[in-house]
Design a protein around this ligand. Structure first.
Ligand SMILES: [Zn+2]
Length: 312
């Protein structure tokens, strides 16, 4: 009986909250009056939860430590995609194993590869002509992608367009400040020490934005093989520039980077592990690194500290 009354109080208070909602919200889709957005990576989900505010319920399929290059949609994911109102993925072949799922769901609802709206001339390519999909590491480019997502939200709920636009404007101001702050920090590193060695080629745009030479042991996708020559070539670069630190990535096995540290040590160069960077996944939800801005700051601070030789 006691339990019953608690449930009743809970129900009553939810009803009160519902009653307080404006007419606007009643016209939105979804049973809870919110627009249900499903994304692949959290780098999209978290900013969209800010831009959409109270009017959207956002869920990302890939959590912390998950590698999007290798990710395959589960049955549960397909259900979530089917139950959503809008789907945002990054695109440019980042989520290469999900193409079929996007195509199927795309016949029923808006499914948008938001990075694919970035003008081609702003994108980087590898030696084989493959486009680099890690565009979230160039704030200017990521703003273009988030703008595309915002336009999609506005088209879905035109009555909320002004609100989405205002949220986006204030979030973009924060992103601009983040870029200025990052530039200021990273340019403190002497130019000949600005070499970023990581497990795979996720930091090409980041390197371009902040004038840092980037070396990835694996190519643009983690599906590429790592060869012994890649490790040897990387050690040569470290020796040449006397680079103090290399970095592991939260979504990638650490063995190849450890092999580099060991190999450099055998040749007399003491290379430290500079720390863990977030590349293709963000930190735990509810922590600072679980936000796009927090994850970005973590990377900038980690690189700054390690390459200035203040290692950990
Ligand atoms: Zn990647």
């Amino acid at each position: 009986m006691k339990k019953m009354s608690i449930v009743l109080v809970g129900l009553l208070s939810s009803l009160l909250v519902l009653g307080a909602c404006s007419d606007k919200e009643k016209s939105e889709a979804g049973t809870d009056g919110k627009i249900d957005v499903v994304t692949t990576i959290a780098q999209i989900a978290e900013p969209i939860s800010i831009i959409g505010g109270d009017h959207v319920a956002v869920e990302s399929l890939m959590g912390p430590g998950v590698d999007p290059h290798l990710y395959k949609a589960t049955q549960g994911d397909i259900k979530k995609l089917e139950g959503s109102d809008i789907v945002f993925y990054s695109g440019l072949n980042l989520e290469g194993n999900m193409t079929e799922a996007f195509k199927n769901i795309g016949t029923k609802k808006p499914v948008r590869g938001i990075s694919e709206s970035i003008p081609t001339e702003k994108l980087l390519e590898d030696d084989n002509g493959a486009i680099d999909p890690h565009v979230w590491f160039d704030i200017e480019l990521w703003k273009i992608a988030l703008e595309t997502a915002t336009e999609e939200l506005k088209a879905f709920a035109p009555e909320l367009a002004d609100e989405f636009e205002a949220n986006k404007e204030s979030y973009f101001n924060e992103l601009d400040a983040l870029h200025t702050e990052s530039l200021e920090k990273l340019t403190q590193i002497p130019e000949d020490k600005r070499v970023l060695v990581t497990a795979h080629d996720a930091f090409g745009y980041f390197g371009r934005a902040y004038n840092i030479k980037v070396v990835g042991l694996q190519g643009l996708s983690t599906e590429d093989e790592i060869g012994i020559t890649d490790i040897d070539d990387t050690i040569s670069i470290l020796m040449e520039y006397k680079i103090p630190a290399v970095f592991v990535e939260s979504s990638i096995n650490q063995n190849s980077i450890k092999a580099v540290i060991e190999g450099a040590g055998k040749q007399g160069l003491d290379v430290k592990l500079g720390g863990e960077l977030y590349s293709d996944a963000m930190g735990d939800a509810g922590t600072e690194e679980g936000t796009y801005i927090g994850m970005y700051k973590h990377n900038v601070n980690t690189i700054h500290k390690a390459l200035l030789g203040e290692g950990n």
